[in-house]
Write a protein that binds this ligand. Structure first.
Ligand code: GLC
Length: 578
């Protein structure tokens, strides 16, 4: 996670259980090979037609009322997800973990943390999801383990332990002096002295998250084995955590220091020697080969500075990640048609785009784009944008009901360690991780107990139950736009053609597929806009569109392309009549 966008038993018993689990898995789960075939004549694959939905399991649904969400909770909401129009869920880490980084510190890659349930619960969830044609994507924390992982415990036990070289150990430069100047992205030095063996280990994130040594082939073998283990349990792919930090310069050159200090009070630094090293692409290519054996998809947490960097993650022959996330899109942190146009053109040229508006590390879109007055209308404009673009969208849970950030008000309430360290400049990520708002009952229907994070007051109005009843709700807009996306070939597969490129208020484009074309016009301004489209340059003579979906009350079945009036912060989607 980088560059965050902020507003600121007995053997017999366990073998039997294991055998039964595998048997159950093979009986009820789809054969991995059968999962993915091109889904159309153009050779698109399932993940290109799918809508993904990120679930932060601690916060989605709490089935056992302990204040923390769980897998059975997710299973109980599969019908909701299906009706919403979701085809795949990415579940952030639910493996055994000391929870220092809320699951991103894994102590066993091939199990489920008891706080979230059991492997049997996972198998049930996967099988119920499969019945509904929803695929499961797991999170693969590749860069580091927990310091409580047995590999690290062995590694730190002695200098000649066989696992010593599974992590990055170095001598200090002198007493009390770390090996070089590299900083942890979570504050302080990236080196931690370990008195047992008198050396430092490297951690890009918290000190409880030691980095694995990906130069060691044994590490690669073990970690690739983890992915096979899950593929064999019906998992359809992985979201790869922190991919750009896998490798470090073996000679440990100091990073250049930049002017100023970061939110933790550390000098700013260009991480040229410990991020985005070229070696990581070899790992991704080999990992892709394993994924291809199972027809699985790899999604990347790919923080890139520009499109050229993003392009590299697809691989020269599209042999790395099918779905590197385009975080540059989230960096367009304002309703700017010009900037969105630029970003969309860039990623379209790079490969198959993967759009996100926010996630468990990024302040919710509802507040980032909202002006405090028209937030609901703006939430629909943003949905109208990224759910109608060419590419695959990854939604973040709660976005579809307009969930807001609920940042802690006092330092003592902060759960995310970086919020404690960075307070008050950086309040951490609790605000974007609050419980899903299901209804108006206490704790928003998430749990009957006080949840691990407090629900924002907005749950009274912004919750699933209330919004389902209101035809104009954000939720019903999401449902309609997702249904349209699934039905309409132009919205699914069509080319993206930017229109009216000089309009600074309205973002308009066509999605063109064979002889079909769909027009999308998004008024990103707070005033009424009159737009006119001349599509002759596109070889289209038509002058009418039939309305497919709009947020405007004065809904007409047809619109004359020479003059469409768009209400403030509104969406118009229409089929061009040829
Ligand atoms: C990724 C995750 C973030 C986590 C970090 C360390 O950026 O998205 O939540 O803290 O990796 O694993």
């Amino acid at each position: 996670m980088r560059n965050r966008i902020r507003r600121g038993k007995t053997f017999l018993k366990s073998s039997l259980l294991c055998f039964l689990t595998i048997l159950l898995g093979t009986m009820v789960l789809p054969k991995a090979k059968a999962q993915v075939k091109p889904v159309d004549a153009e050779g698109h694959e399932w993940w290109q037609h799918a809508v993904f939905y990120e679930i932060y399991p601690r916060s989605f649904a709490d089935s056992n009322n302990d204040g923390v969400g769980d897998l059975n909770g997710i299973a109980s909401k599969l019908d909701y997800l299906k009706n919403l129009g979701v085809d795949a869920v990415w579940i952030t880490p639910c493996y055994p973990s000391p929870q220092v980084d809320f699951g991103y510190d894994v102590s066993d890659y091939e199990n489920i943390d008891p706080m979230y349930g059991t492997l049997a619960d996972f198998e049930r969830l996967a099988s119920e999801a499969h019945k509904r044609n929803i695929r499961i994507i797991m999170d693969f924390v590749m860069n580091h383990t927990s310091d409580q992982h047995p590999w690290f415990k062995e590694s730190r036990s002695s200098r000649d332990n066989p696992k010593r070289d599974w992590y990055i150990w170095r001598d200090g430069k002198g007493p009390g002096q770390p090996p070089n100047n590299w900083e942890s992205t979570f504050g302080g030095s990236a080196w931690q002295f370990d008195p047992t063996t008198g050396q430092y280990y490297y951690h890009y994130f918290y000190k409880q998250q030691p980095d694995l040594n990906w130069r060691n082939p044994a590490v690669e073998k073990a970690m690739f084995g983890v992915t096979r283990w899950w593929y064999q349990r019906g998992v359809a792919g992985f979201r790869l955590d922190a991919v750009d930090t896998l490798f470090e310069d073996p000679d440990l050159h100091n990073n250049p220091i930049l002017p100023g200090k970061n939110q933790y009070g550390d000098p700013n630094m260009a991480n040229v020697y410990n991020t985005k090293l070229p070696e990581l692409h070899g790992v991704l290519q080999r990992l892709r080969k394993v994924a291809d054996e199972y027809d699985a998809v790899l999604i990347g947490e790919t923080w890139t500075k520009n499109i050229a960097e993003l392009k590299q993650y697809y691989g020269e022959d599209n042999n790395e990640l099918q779905m590197p996330m385009d975080f540059l899109f989230t960096k367009v942190d304002k309703l700017s048609p010009d900037e969105f146009r630029k970003q969309i053109a860039g990623v379209n040229a790079a490969g198959w785009p993967v759009y996100v508006l926010s996630n468990h590390d990024i302040v919710r879109a509802y507040v980032r784009y909202g002006d405090g007055v028209h937030n609901d209308a703006i939430a629909k404009v943003m949905a109208g944008l990224y759910l109608t673009l060419r590419g695959t969208p990854i939604m973040y849970y709660g976005e579809e009901i307009g969930m807001t950030n609920n940042d802690p008000k006092r330092r003592q309430d902060v759960k995310d360690p970086i919020g404690k360290l960075g307070w008050p400049k950086d309040k951490g990520r609790d605000g974007e991780r609050t419980p899903m708002q299901w209804n108006t009952s206490e704790n928003a229907g998430f749990s009957e107990t006080k949840p691990w994070l407090p629900v924002p007051a907005s749950y009274k109005t912004h919750n699933v139950e209330t919004e389902l009843k209101n035809p104009d709700s954000i939720l019903n807009f999401y449902k309609r736009v997702l249904a349209l996306r699934h039905d309409d070939a132009a919205l699914r597969d069509g080319d993206y053609v930017a229109l009216n490129k000089n309009d600074h208020n309205v973002l308009s484009y066509l999605r063109r597929y064979k002889d079909e074309a769909v027009l999308v016009a998004l008024n990103m301004s707070s005033s009424k806009q009159q737009v006119s489209f001349d599509l002759r340059a596109q070889g289209i003579k038509a002058n009418m569109a039939s309305t497919l979906l709009t947020t405007m009350k004065t809904n007409q079945e047809k619109a004359a392309l020479r003059s469409i009036t768009l209400a403030p912060f509104s969406v118009y989607i229409g089929k061009i009549e040829e």
